[in-house]
Design a protein around this ligand. Sequence first.
Ligand code: GUN
Ligand code: FE
Length: 418
Amino acid sequence: MTDIQVLKGHIIYTKEKDAFEVHENSYIVIKEGTVRGIHDTLPEVYRYVPVMDYGNALIIPSFIDLHIHAPQYMQMGVGLNLGLIDWLNQYTFKNEAKFEDVAYAKKVYPRFVDALYQNGTLRSCIFATIHKESTRELVKALENKRLSAYVGKVNMNQNAPDELLETTEESIRETMGFIEAIGDSEYVKPIITPRFAPSCTSDLMHQLGQLSHDRSIPIQTHLAETKREIDWVMSLFPDSKNYSHVYKDHQLYGDQKSLMAHTIYLSEDELEMAKNDNIFLVHCPNSNLNLTSGIMPVTTCIDKGLQVGMGSDVGAGHKIGMHHTITSAIQCSKMRHVLNPEERILKESEAFYLATKMNGRFFGKVGSFEEGYLFDALIVKDPDDLIEELTPLERLQRFLYCGGPDSIIGRYLEGCSI
Ligand code: GUN
Ligand code: FE
């Protein structure tokens, strides 16, 4: 029974979006990194397995971030008085150009990865910059910390300062080089990452779409984040029916698993497209508030049966911890509800479900503690012992709104303590 582990504590997760599953003082049995079952008394067959007893701590699925920019780590909170396009031009592109220097990447990326680890984000989908060698430093930092991620070398060949532009040929060559360099890394996989339509010519997007198709590599980009951006995209690509079609017309939408960040302003046609093409819409509420982008109609999208995940979108988002994204999504849905009472509020269980089980779908069977799921987990214990005045579910609520790294006392990825 050496491949069996048993952990004890207050186990909480979301099998369905509408309710938390709460198992107080229970045992979770894990075999070869995969959940086998949850029991309130430990079955006889496991009597010789040592129990890892976490006492009064919570055992919850670890967090997954479906949209985050690693190079923007040092830029979090800076220049957020601007809207998206001005923020990109005045701060972000200048900051990202610094990653031409691999020595700079070696300083920033381990700090970024440590912040993911500290905040309990054990899997993520990450934008790097256009620079292949610096992006490899990000991969190394993730591997060193044993965090799972999809990492994209960003593609940009127009509408940015010269120092952040590639030729089409360079962009494809370096992307292929990056994919080769990752090889069969145990922790990190490549993802095709055209920054957003304004940054890429039609020729570049066609070639990226082909590459994604030929190698079965997923795609991540931005879609319909602000009105000004949408007008710009439609003027750059007048032959496409709408913004979503700009990507679809280049095989960058739905041919492979596709993450579309923001999606605040999708038309009815585009919502239908997203549903038919199994697109992951990634809600990034903190970023949307900070850049005055708008608020995604998240419950409307969920109720239409769309796949909705969540991202911190650091650095336009100012907090790495996904518990901040969860609570911000709830707050944002409340404000939409105030302005339009027909739109319902996102429940707590639902927001938690998005950041764990829904986001986990992008990685496979992760984000839940149902049988057959990989055991990715956080052990959560508020440092203040008065916390025991609260029920386990109330403690989780308090952690989501007020907690942070100080409350995370253990981390498991696929059954391994990391
Ligand atoms: N659209 C294109 N690039 C970016 C970026 O870096 N952040 C956000 N929030 N939106 C973008
Ligand atoms: Fe983003």
